[in-house]
Design a protein around this ligand. Structure first.
Ligand code: NDP
Length: 256
């Protein structure tokens, strides 16, 4: 039924060329949505767009560095014209991390990471608000991290930026409910993507992570994108303000 379909709906997914964002684009298209995505690398973006069109997915894309306000404004202009001033789904997926001991972060490291992870999320929400409001059933999904819930040695700046997103989601859910916009947060643990390739090769890190993960393995991007799609479905119409972990049980594991 239409409760379990995104047919005719429109979505913006940031960072769709790799990893979790790539899986989200495919998942939303699979449920019938039209998707616009972005990344910084034009060649990689065009390869993805060709591949998706070959699969019959309705995807468009533009080059955008979400840490720049000028780029964000261009992106939303593009989305406005592509989808005629209306957007049903906004997935804030882009995130980056440089791991260092806290005292070694430079001021530039700090502001760069905050710009990519948090400033982008906040300002894109401001820019996209009129489009989501026009939909009359808007849905925002943020991709946070369990690093914003528990301390995992991932670096303090990344953790703080993700924790800020976890709260932003709750406030937006309350403030924008009157505009029929829902806002939820998907919180992955270690997921098999290029972002963490170096960690996946680090046997000590992975062994420790897996020993604490009840399901005993890391996640695949599809296992994250499925929850994103569910939260955007009409079937999820009463779910807002939630921060939901997809972590194999890691964050609820006490001593065994
Ligand atoms: P990847 O690095 O594998 O992919 C990131 C995507 O975002 C790419 O398409 C990349 O393209 C794009 N991107 C990166 N920076 C920018 C930017 N400034 N502007 C526009 N596009 C950008 O990341 P993941 O898929 O692993 O991560 C996705 C989200 O999931 C992030 O928010 C991350 O923090 C979160 N997460 C990931 C976990 C993991 O273990 N993988 C665990 C928990 C959370 P390009 O570089 O060409 O711009």
């Amino acid at each position: 039924s239409s409760r379990w379909s995104l047919n005719g709906m429109t979505a913006l997914v940031t960072g769709g060329t790799r990893g979790i964002g790539h899986a989200i684009v495919e998942e939303l298209c699979g449920f019938g949505a039209k998707v616009h995505t972005c990344s910084r690398n034009e060649a990689e973006l065009n390869n993805c767009l060709d591949e998706w069109r070959g699969k019959g997915f309705l995807v468009s894309g533009s080059v955008c560095d979400v840490s720049s306000q000028a780029h964000r404004e261009n992106l939303i202009q593009k989305v406005t014209s592509t989808f005629n001033g209306k957007l049903d789904i906004y997935v804030n997926n882009v995130g980056a991390n440089f791991r260092k001991p806290t005292i070694e972060y430079t001021a530039e490291d700090y502001s760069q990471m905050m710009a990519i992870n948090l400033d982008s999320a906040f300002h894109l929400c401001q820019l996209v608000h009129p489009l989501l409001k026009a939909s009359e059933m808007g849905s925002i999904v943020f991709i946070s991290s369990i690093a914003g819930v528990v301390s995992l040695g991932t670096g303090t700046v990344y953790a703080a930026s993700k924790a800020a997103i976890n709260q932003l989601v709750k406030n937006l859910a309350c403030e924008w409910a009157k505009d029929s916009i829902r806002s939820n947060c998907v919180v992955p643990a270690t997921t098999n993507t290029p972002l963490v390739e170096h960690l996946l090769r680090n046997k000590k890190y992975i062994d420790e992570m897996l020993s604490r993960t009840p399901l005993g393995r890391i996640a695949e991007p599809k296992e994250i994108s499925s929850l994103v799609a569910f939260l955007c479905l009409p079937a999820a119409s009463y779910i807002t303000g939630q921060v939901i972990s997809v972590d194999g049980g890691l964050t609820v594991n006490g001593f065994q």
